[in-house]
Design a protein around this ligand. Sequence first.
Ligand SMILES: [Zn+2]
Length: 531
Amino acid sequence: MTTPFRLYDSLHRAKVPFTPLVAGKIGMYVCGPTTYAPAHIGHAYSAIAFDTVRRAVEFLGWDVNYVRNVTDIDDKIIKRANETGEDPFAMSARYSADYNRDMARFNVRPPTLEPKVTGHIPQIIALIERLVANGHAYVVDGDVYYEVGTFAPYGQLSGQTLDELVDGARVEVDERKKSPADFALWKSAKPNEPWWDSPWGKGRPGWHIECSAMTVTHLGATFDLHAGGKDLIFPHHENEIAQSQGADGIGTFARHWLHNGFLNFEGVKMSKSLGNVFNCDQIAEAVGGEALRFFCVSHHYRSPVDFDVDSECTVCLERAPHELLQTKSGLVNWIAKHAQSCGNGESTLRVRFSSLEGADRSLAKFYETLQRIDAFVSQGGDGGSGAVLPDAEKLAPDARAALADDFNAPVVVAALHAASTLANKLLDEGKGIDKAVRRRTIARLGKDLREVGAAIGVFTQDPAAYLAERRTRLVRLRKIDVAAVQGKLAERTAARTAKDFARADAIRGELAGLGVTIHDTPGGSDWSVQD
Ligand SMILES: [Zn+2]
């Protein structure tokens, strides 16, 4: 059984019911990375958004064929490889593997299929030949251009006319082109560039043609869903439509379009020139991968997401004022001023992701709840079959309704919070509730928290393993002396055994001073890092 759903279709600029080509199935194409540098948080944000869409529709019962390409030959790759002296294909393969490793940290599952441009050169050439033959493309000295003026609906996705696009100076002027808006399908080889033989001489594909060739190869001339970042609407997706419909006819290609919003820092778009491009390693080290996932799904995929970044000195703990981080010179001035006041320069500064730290704390609370539920159920059973408290039955249907309404993950997160609060309340106290009903309700909440969590890509780890890894991370970041903590803990256990409770309490206080909280359980004492 599949649950029908609605999505905001960028082509129609409205929420529309999703209509599949084949009942119960979704063929989905996502524009993937160009692999010439380590993946940054902007890549992760987009990959998480569409992985969430995929998980959501699977939760709704659909069977998804998820195709995400890799652009493994492109101007940027060639430029970077020429700078470093590395083979462009080897470099691209390396960054592609790194990309998938990084995305796995954010619980982004591998696509069903991951086609690469270099594996589709014959299909790309065949498609360009068709566009030349039917008059949509022309050849100039070994280059092939798409003649945008031959495709009447051009501009429909971005909502601009051809004249507006040309006037907008967003297209480069090249005298060899019939119109400045015409774009390259095939580029003749320049010195020091990889090339393939073609009917137009040695060369390589332009950027946009690859997605038209790969979608028709793997999903057919018409398919269900095309997704990508908002920044790809023009020119990339506009050009994909012109190519594919130019070859296969109006009405073919993607039936629905999805685009996700931008990620901002302090209200400013991420950019290399501002120095606010953070790569996935930095994020994973600072807060762990799942916290970024949790942060992203707490926002709607179409809204621009803003998150806080602070620059903090690890010695004097001074933080750069937020507004300074919006310009490179502001930050540089602050660093110089800080160097005078603190005596330490740039070397002691570290970046803190305040809003991600909040997501990390929130996520840890969920894992603590799951751990409590697991312990409760394993000690006394799940209460067998029968009724549960009505409030515990709401989570799964509420999540289904929210996800069926344009993948509204933040509503799901709110429902997860409510379910977790209910579970903790029942774990704390069972007064006035039938014992078996209480057990069944707690067990049910544990199962549904995990199932609904998985639908948005969270709570996928073993709670004990997750919490242990988090503690290790916090110990490292806060420079906590674990040997000292364990020594104090042993001392406290000895004091308790000797019934010297005053001493035991004093040690608890000393550990609190080190940033550590003690938990006494029937199995002994354990500790965690204070939030
Ligand atoms: Zn694409």
